[in-house]
Design a protein around this ligand. Structure first.
Ligand SMILES: [Zn+2]
Length: 121
């Protein structure tokens, strides 16, 4: 799903994408200047091997995604949220979904047993 920046105004545009593991849904709305505010949610689950014990385990996801999308290179640096730049004035939701999903997966690389041990140290 691709949304042209010029079509994003003060009325939020809703989106929903799915892959085998996750659903990404939410809306995007004009914020200011060349910035758009994306508020979304990723839920679903995925299975990946644990970094410590290498046992695959299942993780249930319920993550809020809040980012700013900049039409063109963003030069400010005072934003509270992560800024994702798009260079052709088109927001490609698949790309955002993919990179957010990868970030989330990096956060969950220890199975519950190994996480428990870390907490006890
Ligand atoms: Zn483990």
């Amino acid at each position: 799903m691709k949304i042209a920046c010029r079509h994003i105004g003060n009325r939020p545009i809703e989106f929903k994408l799915e892959n085998e593991e996750m659903t990404f849904f939410g809306s995007i709305v004009f914020q200011k200047g060349s910035l758009f505010y994306l508020n979304g949610h990723i839920d679903g689950h995925f299975s990946a091997p644990c970094d410590i014990c290498a046992e695959p385990f299942d993780t249930i996801l319920d993550e809020t995604i809040e980012i700013l999308v900049s039409d063109g290179v963003y030069e400010g640096m005072d934003e509270m949220l992560d800024v994702v730049e798009v260079l052709d004035s088109v927001v490609d939701m698949e790309t955002i979904f993919h990179s957010e999903a990868e970030l989330i997966k990096c956060d969950y690389r220890r199975c519950p047993d190994c996480s428990k041990e870390t907490v006890n140290y």
